[in-house]
Each structure stands twice: as C-alpha cells, then as structure tokens.
Write a protein that binds this ligand. Sequence first.
Ligand code: DGJ
Length: 526
Amino acid sequence: MKELPVIKKNNTNFSFWVNNRPFIILGGEVHNSACTSPKYMINVWKKAKDLNCNTVLMPIYWEQVEEREGFYDFTVVNRLVLEARKNNLKVVFLWFGAWKNGLSTYVPIWIKTDLERFPRVVNESGEKLKILSMFESEILRKECIVFEKLIEFIKKIDKTEHTVLAMQIENEVGVLNTLRDYSAKAEQEFKKEVPNQLLEYLNSIKDSSIKKLVCEIDESIPKNWSNIFGHNADEVFMAWHYSKYINELAKCCKNNYPLPIFTNVWLKATQDEKPGDYPAGGAIPEMLDVWKFGACELDAIAPDIYLFDFEKIAGLYARKDNPLIIPETRRDKWSVANLYLAIGKFHSLCYSPFGLESIGENKSFMTQLIHTDNNDKNVSNPMIKDYLALSYELLGNMVSILTDCYGTDKMTGFVQDEKEKNCKLKIGKYIIDIEFYHSVDEENKFIPGAGIIIQIRENELIFVGYGYKANLGTINTGMQLDFLSLEKGRFVNNGIWEKYMDLNGDEQYIKMEEKPTVLWAKYYEF
Ligand code: DGJ
C-alpha cells in the first residue's frame, strides 16, 4: 500500500517520502491571486511543466471556501487537484487563514466585519489594525473548524493518489506595524507569568539562541514576560501565542489526515529592523526555539529566503530538530545557484522560487511593467528559466542518489560568492579547488556558478552543476591523485546513469559546461 506523504527523521537526517519513495520538492510558488482564475492557471501549469517542476505550491484562501459562515465549498480545491493530476504534478497547499504576511486580508467578509466576535490587534496608541487578534476571540475555534473540513476534503479526494504532499499553515505570521498586540485582553495575558513548561524547555536546550534573550532571574520577582525577557518580552510573547495557535491548527490536520505540515517565516531584512517592521512574533531565527516548542506538531518551520545571505539563513533553519524547507525564494539568477547549495549542503526537502509563472519573464505580475532594478528579487530572464529547467531535470533524476547522502558528509553543495572567483572544499579524502569561469556580473549576462559534489564510492566522485572547473588533491601526504576514468553523462529514470562520452587523455579534466551537466570521475592514488 502507498503510504501517506511523510517526513521521516532518523538520527542524523530528515527525508521526505511520497508513495514510498524518497522525494525532494523541486517546485515553484504561484503568485498569490493565481488560483482564483482557471484561465490564468493554464499558463501556470504549462510553466511548471516547462521548468520540470515536480510540485506547485499554491494558496487556498479562507474567504473562498467559507464565504458564508458554516457553509463550506471546496470546489476550488477539487479543481486544483484535478488540474495538477492532469499535468502529472504534485501540490503543496498554503492555507491563507487568519493571517497572511502579518495582516488578516484573506478572511471572509463575515469575519472582517464582525469586530465583536473577531476583535483586532490594537497598537500602542490604541488604534485597531487590519490584523485579527487571537485574544478573547472566536477566531481559533472557527479556523479549526474550517481547516479540519479542508483536511477532511483533501483526504476524501486524495487518500489514494497523494497529489497533495503537504500543507503550509498561514503565511508569514506576526504583527506588522506594532511591537505586539496591546488590546485589553492581550495586556492581561502579557502581565501573567511565562508558562513554566516554556522556561523549562528553553533551559533544557544546550545552545539556545533564546537564552541570550533571557534576563538574569531574580527569584523574588514575578516571572512575567517583562521580567524574564526584558526588552524582547513583546516579541517572545507574540511568538509564543502564534506558535500555540498554529499548533492547534496543526493538530486538526495530524488527528485527521497526517500530511506533513509547516509554517513559513518573513525574515528580518537587516539586523537594524525592529519587530513590527517585520511581522513580530514570527519564527525568525531568534524566536525559533520558542516556536519549536510552542508548535511542536509542525514538521518544519520554513524560511522564505529572499536575502542575499542565503547560506547563512539556510544554515540557521537546517537544524537537528528542523528539516530545511524553502517555500519561497528569489526568482532572479540566484534562484538557480542557490538550489545547488540548498540541496547539496543543507539537504533541503523543498526548493521553490516565488512567482513560478514569472520565471523567465522580466515584468511585474500586477502591472506588466518591466523590472529595471537588478537587485530586485523578481528580476528574471529566459536564461534563468532555461538553467532552472535543466537543473530541475538533472536533480529530479538524481533524487535517490541525493537523498542517500542526506544526513551524511558524502555530499556538498556550493555557490559562487559575489566577490570571489574561487572556493575550496573538502569531501572525504579529496581537497577540491573550485574556479568559476565568470565573475558575478551586474548585467545578468551569467548565472552565478554552482554545483554539488557527491562521493559515491571511496574512489569515485560525481560532479554536478555548471560554470566551474575543479582541481583535486588528496589529504594523504606524499600521494598524488589521478584519473582512472572520467565520464560525461546524465541520470535518467531516477538514478540510472546514462553515459554520453568518455573524456580521456587530453580532455580528462573536471571542467563543467556553461550549462548544468554531470561528470563521473574515478580516481586512484600513487
Ligand atoms: C512573501 C509572501 O509570503 C508571498 O505570499 C508573496 O506575497 C511574496 N512575499 C511576494 O514577494
């Protein structure tokens, strides 16, 4: 029997299984409004196929499935699942419920307009915001009902096919434009003591980032949020309450039809940003431990990585207690390069640039105006589409080889640094000098070089990627490394090697092509 999609954890690694086989989501997330238009979606499905995606990430909006209170209509869910199947694609649904990017813009009208039952977050000056408060509100009860109905519906239509691989709960939660919720009920909660279990948990973890936020505790004063967390108290308080809220929704899924579930994070753009400039209470790195405890039913907390420091962020979220899932990232030239890093170095279970249907097109989805700023995360061009499609095809046929290396040190991934043309790596006994062919250029003439290297056997390395050459040595002193053979080729049918050419004599060098390719080298030492 085909088992339900599942994220499995063993001691050292996480793996994602779909229909009893290891899987990596090589996907893209659609623009937020895309799913409302069946006509528009024709283009989306086509683009996903052109890009060799195996999965599309797409939202379901609360306002659409419960337009009238208590009347549920999942026609749109059904349509999207059927269309995905017709295109031989999988789906991750993003549940745009009470909060999306810090605001409450996707809830039904009957919620938006009933401020008695569904009060708003209030800022420090007493103004009501476009954000639903979770304090003294019916919102959680109502959201659990609709979310449970949605999960039941997915179970009904998909329990044998498994087109739906996972669910994202909410989208980039936290309060925007205020440090925290200052409504009367929130104030009452804020004055209470910090739950003991949270403090015990934070104390129990060795290397907790949050420990840096905890103040010296004087046993004689009340253990309330301000006394424990000082000037971070507001943010930790919101993080705790959002994580608990999302955990309740997660239970609705896990108790019914336990698909993998995660929530995503709007990261701080710079260290100078204050909570409220970004949604305060979201699972930014500093809040991750609070979230891991508060929302323990989630399989993952997933960063939306638009920042240029992709490697640092990926490293912060790929933890022993958290698999890396990247539901959103840039769709510019870095989207190609970072794919190799995400999978090769951080063993990501999901990689998904945002605005999938715009990949390759350099214009705004909303206005159709051309993007002119090269640093814009949305800048794209046909070369990016081409490289991403080739990369998805290439890696898509290597999934079992890649996932066999997850949690081991037999694989590494790398990407060209903006200021460097070289990098040094070590894998097993091999010392590797990488030289990239081109500098990272402003005009986007080249895609930054990137690759994955796998030590498939003691004396064999597989090189994947583009735009670089590699010189190898061995750590064994006095020994030299030489080729036994070097083959150029590709993988087909998920892991079958198809040789294209022997590279011998004059051409026996690790010189990757300009476009994504694979080389398989066998070495000996003398
Ligand atoms: C982050 C959000 O999570 C997405 O839904 C989308 O709005 C992008 N930002 C747009 O860049």
